[in-house]
Write a protein that binds this ligand. Sequence first.
Ligand code: MCA
Ligand code: AMP
Length: 475
Amino acid sequence: MRLLPSLTGPTADEPAAIQVAGHATSRAQLLEAAGAVAAQIAGAPAVAVHAAARLETVIAVLGGMLAGVPVVPVPPDCGPAERDHVLRDSGSAALLAADTDVWPDCGVPVVPVGASAHTHASASFAGPSADAAALILYTSGTTGAPKGVPITADAIAADLDALADAWQWTADDTLVHGLPLFHVHGLVLGVLGALRTGSRLVHTARPTASAYAAAATATAHPGTLFFGVPTVWSRLCADPGSAKALSTARLLVSGSAALPAPVFAELEALTGHRAVERYGMTETLITLSTRADEPNRKPGTVGHPIAPVVTRLVAEDGSLITRDGATVGELQVRGATVFHGYLGRPEATAASFTHDGWFRTGDMAVIEPDGTHRIVGRASTDLIKSGGYRIGAGEVENALLAHPAVREAAVIGAPDEDLGQRVIAFVVADGVTETELIDFVASSLSVHKRPRSVSFVDALPRNAMGKVRKDQLRH
Ligand code: MCA
Ligand code: AMP
């Protein structure tokens, strides 16, 4: 497949080149198993994948891509409300899963995926065409249900090649991470990145400190390149014995949320590494990064735009902000890694691009005179980042309002040492407990979207127009 040349490249037969949650395979066997999947789904308009952290998920994603069918990874812990929305909205004709008993009521046929399937069919599939959607990833907005983001093979290739250059990422690396396989970080960078560069992959199932330490000290092919969200790095620092094991690594890379400066410093003290920090979005892939060949990487900076991308800062009145290292503006980006629009949402697409074609990230940033970028926060408080997950306040509010005891609901992100932000809810409700409401959200959406606390109030603070004053909500 053009996007993933390492599947048939010189090291394709290396046993155990790809390891996920303790199960190992060669790239050649991965391709064989993916070919068996592709043969079953060829011609489908889109196919969903039950994206558990297991080898079969990688096979299913590759199978869809091999067949040129857009792949829609679905969080394995998501409840019926979120799952049914994603399946319906994406037009998925089938669900690929290791376990056929999963989601028997999901409304589409479940196609089993096996790791040991053999077929010679893979050679007859060309893979995704360069400008068609290879993946459709669902991501939260400030209101409503998650939106589909179609991502082309061209955008993925451009992003991965630029990151390989920035991070000096080669086939000699062993990439280690344990991030979820339904977002850009874990799936595009963490799986397709390894398969494009030809590096080995060790996916640890969960991104725990002990699992990262074990991969760093493995006798065969110890990890050289480690990925994590800031919560992963701060939890690693809380376990100094494990953290020290990563001192033999080549590069630690942080992203998906801001890496706090004290965590950057602690990580350096324990491992000797100044982490590379990079910034991106589902809609744009990774657009900014510090570099491996820039040893004095500073905390709080996300470097320069990667090669296929340009950026600008824009003030509220639409004027351009000069790169003075002080003035904050909205970061806008354009280039080969940026998507072309949300699936079936022309209004949302129109709102997210400027009239002259720049994508409005909604993130506020500062650019130093030398072009170094710093992200200072988000324009809207209704998009919450918790443990690196993007969570829309509106989606959680709607889930709470679906409970018969809840009359009003407001959700915000509160600062949190461990998660960056934690989802907290304020409700007007009778005859229901905090735990019942948390469980209700956890079982209708993905578990990570659940409020960590629910406060019962007599009324929500509102302005004269009736809009909730979220600035007046305090935990
Ligand atoms: C707790 N659990 C519950 C409940 N309470 N389950 C059901 N109902 C409840 N009420 C259980 C869960 O089942 C699960 O159990 C466990 O609690 C999860 O705990 P939680 O505190 O939610 O999470 P965590 O395990 O501590 O997770 C921290 C984490 C995670 C590992 C850092 O947040 C994570 O993986 N984040 C990565 C997000 C990411 O990849 N984002 C990238 C987006 P059990 O353990 O048994 O399963 S892409 C992006 O942002 C861009 C492009 C970029 O720049 O990268
Ligand atoms: P998602 O669409 O889940 O990929 O989330 C994208 C959002 O994550 C961005 O709009 C930022 O708010 C945030 N983000 C990603 N990387 C960073 C970073 N290095 N620093 C600060 N925020 C980040």
